[in-house]
Design a protein around this ligand. Structure first.
Ligand code: SAH
Ligand code: SF4
Ligand code: F3S
Length: 461
């Protein structure tokens, strides 16, 4: 009940916004997308109206990411645009939310353009801080919480396709990967009450949604203990996945991100048991070298990772596997890099997100290790990783050519309004002729051609 007390403390009458217009931009991961939906809900409840048009907005918010330096640079660029807008309309309020707010705190206020700095656990205080800023008081709230999960807030969906939605099941991270800023910006891990997750998914179903992605930095360590319930009141991630899948067989269920050190067989068996849980696991490896994995403090070896992959293939033979890879972490040698390329071939990833290492201030790596791989070498290694992944992705898509898949249509294809796009259970984008279908429909599509990024097919009636 702690959260409700919090809410009462920060809740503001609907007159606070008085019909003022709110514009919000979002950078970073899916969790930030979902957080912006929570922020929208809080602000609408306080009387604000959302707009997609920055030039009529009274309040400009940017929800930010700190994970790599270039993510932060993009936001500094946007703040320049907001500054120009403020020159035109000096009464406009500018707020920075999210991970950069948490990391940089007061430093952001020194920039002159910014009136508010609000960290990821302090969004309930936003209406009050906006009201303060209107009377000339710059506001900051970057308190991290051990309890806040915004469990009682129904996010206002901003993706607009009305088909797929993100649902946060936990916040924060208790791991300590040496390169990563997330534990500093998001605080300690906490799971959201299972009941509120199920209620949110039921509401999405009633509103016509057909796919949910359960989100957390490490979903495998989700654990909710129902207060007062006997021992069997414990909901693990495998159980949560099952409970969500049971809500409706026509609802697709995805999840992200799985940590290789915590991914249990129970989750794999649950996936195998329910056809509406998508056959896709995002399992970030980061590096193929044991020496680097240890230095990164990832908590698993190359052998353990490959054992998990073998188990996935054994229990769910048709499972797509994707990953994240960092090129050029501190002290990485040509041999470490070669190990990463070898491991990529061994697993045969269907897709990957690939980055060069970006030192983040105050992380363990920044404090203790030298960022000693020169930028040009990082780029060269990253390019090799990307080139290999392009081959692997193309091979994976070629293996799907000639096969038929159930595709959940999400919207019009970028190439033409006569085509729809959607995703297969494997999370691959497929483009196909409309043939009378609409977003939200499941369509049988036979794949006829592909690139490394997209499947193209015909509707099978
Ligand atoms: N919780 C997730 C990942 C969150 S961050 C997990 O543990 O897998 C998303 C990805 O960004 C990471 O998987 C990693 O590949 C990348 N990343 C994080 N910090 C980085 C840094 N300092 N430099 C480059 N890439 C980084
Ligand atoms: Fe960062 Fe590691 Fe936590 Fe992922 S598990 S958010 S990489 S500290
Ligand atoms: Fe970025 Fe924060 Fe997500 S650093 S990746 S927005 S948790």
């Amino acid at each position: 009940m702690e959260k409700e007390t919090n809410y009462a403390r920060f809740s503001t009458p609907a007159t606070t916004g008085r019909g003022k217009r709110l514009y919000i931009e979002t950078y970073g991961c899916q969790m930030n997308v979902n957080d912006s939906e929570v922020v929208t809900a809080i602000m609408q409840q306080a009387g604000f109206i959302t707009t997609d048009n920055m030039s009529d907005a009274d309040v400009l918010l940017v929800n930010t990411c700190s994970v790599r330096d270039n993510a932060e640079q993009r936001v500094w660029g946007r703040l320049e645009v907001f500054r120009l807008q403020k020159q035109r309309r000096p009464d406009v309020i500018v707020g920075v939310l999210g991970c950069m707010a948490e990391r940089l705190k007061e430093e952001l206020l020194e920039n002159g353009t910014v009136d508010l700095v609000v960290g990821p656990d302090a969004y309930r205080s936003l209406p009050k801080l906006v009201a303060g800023a209107e009377s000339g008081q710059k506001g900051i709230n970057t308190l991290l919480s051990r309890e806040e999960t915004y469990a009682d807030i129904a996010p206002v969906r901003t993706d607009k396709n009305g088909v797929t939605a993100f649902v946060s099941i936990m916040r924060g991270c208790n791991n300590a990967c040496a390169y990563c800023v997330v534990p500093y910006t998001r605080g300690a891990e906490r799971s959201r009450p299972a009941k509120t997750i199920l209620q949110e998914v039921r509401t999405l179903l009633q509103n016509g949604y057909r796919e949910v992605t359960l989100l957390g930095q490490n979903v495998n360590s989700y654990c909710w203990k129902e207060p007062g319930a006997p021992d069997n009141g414990t909901v693990t991630f495998a159980r949560l996945l099952e409970l969500v899948a049971l809500l409706d067989p026509s609802l697709r269920v995805r999840f992200s991100t799985s940590h290789p050190k915590d991914m249990s067989n129970a989750v794999l068996y649950t996936m195998a048991m329910y056809p509406n849980i998508c056959n896709h696991i995002h399992l970030p490896v980061q590096s193929g070298s044991n020496r680097i994995l240890e230095k990164m403090h990832r908590g698993y070896s190359r052998e353990h990772y490959l054992e998990r992959i073998a188990k996935i293939r054994e229990i769910i033979p048709e499972c797509a596997i994707t990953t994240d890879i960092i090129a050029g972490f501190c002290s990485e040698t040509p041999d470490d890099h070669a190990q990463t390329l070898l491991l990529m071939r061994k697993v045969g990833y269907d897709a990957a997100f690939m980055f060069h290492y970006s030192e983040r201030p105050n992380t363990k790596a920044a404090r203790q290790f030298l960022d000693d791989v020169p930028p040009s070498l990082k780029t060269r290694r990253l390019n090799e990783i990307i080139a290999l992944q392009n081959q692997l992705s193309l091979a994976s898509n070629q293996r799907d050519t000639g096969k038929t898949f159930d595709v959940l249509a999400e919207g019009n294809s970028k190439r033409s309004d006569d085509f729809l796009f959607g995703r297969t259970s494997h999370n691959k984008v497929a483009v196909f002729p409309k043939a009378g279908f609409k977003p939200g429909d499941y369509v049988r599509v036979k794949i006829t051609e592909c690139s490394s990024a997209t499947l193209i097919g015909d509707v099978v009636k």
